[in-house]
Design a protein around this ligand. Structure first.
Ligand code: GLC
Length: 736
């Protein structure tokens, strides 16, 4: 019997070998053939995922015998497998199972595998979509060379609350921009198919609205209106789906009383039925089993039932499915057709990857695994992305570093740390490959006399004695977060930079006669009002990855003129969180010195730095926007033209932003919302005209019934270099 089955499976390999095309190929014949051979337990095994016991990213389940369970066909996927050797060991066991169905290996390749790029929030500040696509491609190149088939990325959560630690993994607070980034990252990871074994499955996460956790507390409940869910949080997921994302991951949180793990409307009705998603949904770590903790299921068995009914196809690390689904089928509580649907979705991805042709096909590029080769090959891209991610917030005659500068003090352990430049979620990134700020500056300024001073104790942030600073021509101090201060389960109530860090900047300024440049590192918007007056220049340098030091040196020396723009609002007070630019107007919109308006009695509503803000070493002049008509109908293309001139002495890049306001809608609309941007490179004195084309679809929104509509009426169009520095015009949209 076993021989007979092997013959069938082997012939299937042959059949699928003929079809090993891109992921668009229809594998339903092969999938149904395999499905017809599977026992119920083997089907449920495909829906079960365990973590490699050597690298856990969640609460560990003890006493598991993964190898035995894989041999018994009870495991469909392993995550956190980070070496070909380990992948081969697991796959070898799968090849001993009755049907020899290959395992799928997943890993959080969030901003690079070995060549670590800036954290996603940093990359988002570049507003360079093509470069973001490229870094995702490189991440896929390297991950697939390590036997990884699937990354749990991109994180497409819209994040408006800087208290939430996972802001660092996202593209920030804006929904429209989040859609653009979701698209390029999915396309970067997945390419046009997997036949070259150098692109991997992507995963849109965390579905949904995880960034709206109450008070920025990770895993906390999300209590938002259906309209906010559709208008703000779901569109980037739809963009990922439209880009062909292979998988979704549901989120830990509940949405309005229903945990995402058991959210049938989200996973089955909307995602699979309305949006037509053909891939599969994986849970987050243990989230199926957590349903009992949510108080939504009475026990692990009911958790499995509710999550399977809701449309979750694979259970990550809770054992809920493998221990309960078979009994639920036998009790008639679950239809085997639902199991078959989930398994079809999972097997289809395995066929698309070519794993049935050759279960080890992603494990044959070991020759590329040499660290030097991988880390050497892509450093230039990492360096470019790092420089483009830097946001210049303030510069009062400090930068770029003048040739006359000879004695430079580099202050603060973050300027020397390799580990922290990798940021959280750094996969196989190795600190030893990171160029620190200190090293980058020494390499860029070989003739300068650069000396390092600790400034504060890295462990407890206590201030340390500083030498006489009078001889220095420039001081470069790094302040902010260590890399493990942002990420999962890293929420904060206070997003002020440590008071001693800020005091250090003040001390440096008051005890020296030279410019003080502050590098603000971190994975989220931070508050630094106290130090701000004492820093002559302030740059947001996130955590920039392996080339951090070179990227920062390129900007400080002017080799790269900073062009980054904030993808998140920087508040003046933690208490302003959540704060975001595209707020609703209210009936009493804020205005200076007015009473009876929205705001606070003890602080301003204004941010420290607005969404879209970022300076350059040169200056740009952006004209008033011009449109070709005063009124358009629903079929019109709306042309918005604007000229940009470089009026300064450095060549540079300006990101011209386009915002719109729907003056009056059937529900209230944001004060403004981003609907376009263009990065414009200009030589000194050069002028360029750029044109944005809008259609009525770009003016649409989800109405009170959550239908996407475009309503006639007045619209305002804004252009500028930041959400708080705009020029406007207006037009009327008329019903034909
Ligand atoms: C974690 C994270 C998720 C990640 C998964 C696997 O808990 O929430 O983003 O992909 O588990 O590591």
């Amino acid at each position: 019997m076993k021989r007979y089955i092997s013959v069938i499976i082997l012939s299937l390999f042959a059949v699928s070998a003929l079809y090993s095309q891109s992921r668009k190929k229809d594998y339903s014949l092969q999938v149904d053939s395999v499905l017809s051979l599977m026992t119920l337990e083997e089907k449920i095994g495909q829906m079960n995922q365990y973590s490699n016991d050597r690298q856990n990213t969640g609460p560990v389940i003890n006493n598991q015998d993964h190898l035995r369970e894989i041999r018994e066909g009870r495991v469909g996927s392993m995550l956190n497998v980070t070496s070909v050797t380990r992948a081969n060991q697991y796959q070898d066991e799968a090849m001993k199972s009755r049907l020899r169905i290959p395992l799928l290996f997943g890993l959080d390749v969030i901003h690079g595998m070995k060549t670590i790029f800036p954290i996603p929030l940093g990359e988002a500040a570049s507003f360079d979509l093509e470069l973001m696509r490229k870094t995702a491609e490189i991440a896929a190149e390297e991950a697939s060379a390590h036997g990884v088939h699937w990354t749990f990325a991109p994180n497409v959560d819209v994040s408006r609350d800087a208290r939430w630690g996972r802001v660092m993994e996202t593209s920030g607070e804006d929904t429209w921009y989040g859609k653009q980034v979701a698209k390029v990252r999915v396309e970067g990871f997945q390419g046009n198919g997997y036949e070259n074994r150098n692109r991997i499955l992507a995963c849109a996460k965390h579905f949904a609205a995880y960034g709206a956790a109450v008070a920025g507390k990770d895993y906390a409940e999300v209590d938002i209106s259906e309209n906010t869910l559709h208008q703000v949080y779901l569109p980037p997921f739809k963009a990922a789906l439209d880009a062909g994302v292979a998988t979704f991951m549901h989120s830990f949180n509940e949405i309005n009383g229903i945990p995402a793990a058991a959210h049938k409307y989200l996973q089955r009705d909307l995602l699979k039925d309305t949006w037509g998603f053909g891939g599969f949904v994986v849970s987050d770590w243990g989230s199926v089993g957590d349903l009992a903790k949510h108080g939504y299921a009475k026990d692990i068995k009911e958790s499995a039932l509710l999550s399977a009914l809701a449309g979750c196809d694979m259970d990550m690390c809770s054992e809920s499915y493998i221990k309960n689904l078979e009994q639920l089928i036998k009790e008639g509580l679950l239809d085997v057709a639902l199991i078959d649907d989930a398994v079809r979705r999972i097997l289809t991805k395995k066929f698309e990857l070519g794993l049935f042709d050759d279960p080890y096909c992603f494990n044959r590029r070991e020759h590329e695994l040499d660290d030097k080769n991988i880390n050497g090959k892509y450093r230039d891209i990492a360096r470019e992305m790092g420089a483009k991610s830097i946001v210049l917030l303030k510069n009062e005659a400090a930068l770029p570093i003048a040739n006359s500068v000879k004695n430079i003090a580099v202050v603060g352990p973050l300027n020397k740390s390799q580990w922290d430049m990798l940021g959280n979620w750094s996969a196989l990134g190795k600190p030893e490959y990171v160029i620190t700020v200190l090293d980058g500056l020494k390499k860029a300024l070989p003739k300068a006399n650069i000396s390092y001073h600790e400034g504060y104790n890295f462990r407890n942030n206590e201030l340390l004695e500083m030498p006489d600073l009078k001889n220095y021509d420039l001081i470069i101090v790094a302040v902010g977060e260590k890399s493990m201060e942002s990420g999962e389960a890293k929420s904060k109530v206070d997003i002020n930079i440590n008071k001693n860090h800020q005091q250090l900047v003040k001390n440096l300024k008051e005890n020296s006669d030279c410019p003080v440049v502050a590098l603000v590192m971190g994975g989220r918007p931070l508050v630094f009002k106290d130090m701000e007056p004492y820093a002559d220049a302030i740059l947001i340098t996130w955590w920039l990855g392996v080339e951090a030091g070179n990227s920062i040196a390129d900007v400080l020396t002017g080799k790269y003129n900073p062009s980054g723009k904030l993808p998140v609002t920087y508040p003046q007070h933690s208490g302003q969180c959540p704060i975001y630019y595209n707020t609703k107007r209210t009936g009493r919109p804020w205005r200076p010195k007015a009473q009876w308006v929205t705001g606070y009695m003890d602080a301003t509503v204004l941010p420290a730095y607005a969404f879209g803000y970022g300076l350059s070493y040169t200056q740009f002049e952006i004209s008033e926007p011009t449109i070709d008509k005063n009124a358009y109908d629903m079929d019109s293309k709306i042309s918005v033209k604007v000229t940009v001139k470089n009026t300064g002495k450095y060549k540079g890049c300006e990101t011209v932003q386009l915002y719109l306001q729907d003056v009056a809608g059937s529900i209230t609309r944001p004060v403004i919302e981003l609907c376009g941007f263009r990065r414009v490179d200009l030589e000194p004195n050069e002028t360029k005209e750029i044109e944005f084309i809008l259609t009525s679809g770009d003016l649409g929104f989800f109405n009170a019934k959550n239908e996407f509509v475009t309503e006639p009426g007045d619209f305002k169009i804004f252009v500028g270099n930041s959400s708080d520095n705009l020029k406007s015009t207006q037009f009327e949209l008329i019903k034909k």
